[in-house]
Ligand binder design. Structure first.
Ligand code: DSN
Length: 419
């Protein structure tokens, strides 16, 4: 690592300096973006390895290039380790470059253009790639959306079932990017079977929790499970698909040659490392800390008068409704950023504001937990958020808090290994 950095510094001091600045930023700030994390040094070393030099179109033992014996070994290892992490997984493809491409691969494997899909509305916590009108999925297929109940702000499974009966979708997608409650995959499985639909569970956000046994697994209920590998799972950036054996051939064909060319071999090696880390007791303890920290931070903010969507959280994230404070998400995001606290503005269910304004912010604890912050630290963070958002235009206050945040955050390492 040190050698690589030196080489970079010699060859390209400009990029080297930018990377150093980014490292300093990450180290000095408190990252509460629910989809981010800090990969371990081991993961980054594999990600920056000679595997970046290799082309390996195809699958282990069946490649379109020579010289693939070692990528075959590491890809098989990644598959085996993923299988151990997600018991019951029949077939695993570790090649998708991202979660969106993993989702596209599933759609391409089971849908024809114009088929109906039923998915969670992006405005209510779903994901762009599940059929948003501006996304490829929304252009190729006919999306119908479900959401959360207006009162409880939790998934309304009866409404999902009614929509499924009315629209007879070929594919139902469950999984979210801004939903703080347990998802009942068993219920989704029953709904899908009733209307003869294929079920895709996108667990990108909660994969680490599922691997650690802190959220029920969708594997027994879903035909396909997709995930990214860099959120709670804490690996390198990338995607993965798990599916029933009967879909294995169709899925592999849609990943390559359907959607992608050569896999990112260095990222596959890094995924294998991350899956090894995720099989440890240290990782399971880390996941418990994420959930405990999220609950503590939500409670600490609620105690300071913030309204938490659905009243709390069961997982790694929650949404804050800023309307009672007379704020919008974009104003809060900017003010907090000035103080070194990084969140993202986010639509809340039934949000009257536009996506670039929003009435809420999304807060997640994977990164702060990776860095070793615990329950008492959540109280401090809540205090800083409260102070900054009490006077969001006060730049002096923001920079005062920013200095406290930097002094505090710098004490926690960016990258920890759990093996
Ligand atoms: N963009 C990610 C998120 O922030 O949730 C999902 O892909």
């Amino acid at each position: 690592m040190v050698e690589l950095q030196s080489a970079l510094q010699a060859v390209d001091p400009e990029v080297f300096a930018i990377i150093r600045d980014e490292e300093a930023r990450q180290s000095r700030q408190i990252d509460l973006i629910a989809s981010e994390n800090t990969a371990s040094r081991a993961v980054m070393e594999a990600s920056g390895s000679v595997f970046t030099n290799k082309y390996a179109e195809g699958y282990p033992g069946r490649r379109y290039y020579a010289g693939c014996e070692h990528i075959d070994r590491v890809e098989r290892l990644a598959q085996e380790r993923a299988r151990a992490l997600f018991p019951g997984a029949e077939h695993i493809n570790v090649q998708p470059h991202s979660g969106s491409q993993a989702n596209q691969a599933v759609m391409l494997a089971v849908l024809e253009v114009g088929d109906t899909i039923l998915a969670m509305d992006l405005n209510q916590g779903g994901h762009l790639s599940h059929g948003h009108p501006l996304n490829l999925a929304g252009k190729l297929y006919r999306p119908v959306y479900y959401g959360v109940d207006r009162e409880t702000e939790r998934l309304d499974y009866d409404a999902v079932a009614a929509l499924a009966r009315a629209h007879r979708p070929k594919l139902i997608i469950c999984g979210a990017s801004a939903y703080s409650r347990v998802i009942d995959f068993e219920r989704f499985g029953a709904i899908a079977r009733e209307v003869d639909a294929v079920l895709l569970a996108d667990i990108a956000h909660i994969a680490g929790l599922v691997a650690a046994g802190l959220h029920p697994s969708p594997i027994p209920h879903a035909d396909f499970v997709t995930t990214t590998t860099h959120k709670t799972l804490r690996g390198p950036r990338g995607g993965m698909v798990i599916c029933r054996e009967r879909y294995a051939k169709a899925l592999d064909r849609t990943v390559l040659p359907g959607l992608q060319g050569g896999p990112l071999c260095h990222q596959i090696a890094a995924r294998a490392v991350a899956f090894r880390e995720a099989a440890t007791e240290g990782f399971r303890q880390y996941q418990r800390q994420i959930v405990a920290n999220a609950a503590a931070l939500a409670a600490a903010l609620a105690a300071r008068g913030f309204r938490i969507v659905s009243g709390g959280t069961d997982n790694h994230l929650f949404l804050v409704d800023l309307r009672p404070r007379g704020l919008t998400g974009n104003v809060a995001e900017r003010a907090l950023e000035r103080a070194g606290i990084i969140v993202n503005k986010n639509l809340i269910p039934y949000d009257p504001e536009k996506p670039l304004v929003t009435s809420g912010i999304r807060i997640g604890t994977p990164t702060v937990s990776s860095r070793g912050m615990t329950l008492a630290d959540m109280e401090r963070i809540a205090d800083w958020i409260d102070r900054v958002l009490s006077a969001p235009e006060d730049e002096r206050l923001a920079s005062e808090v920013g200095e406290e945040v930097a002094a505090f955050a710098s004490r926690f390492p960016l990258s920890t290994s759990y093996v």
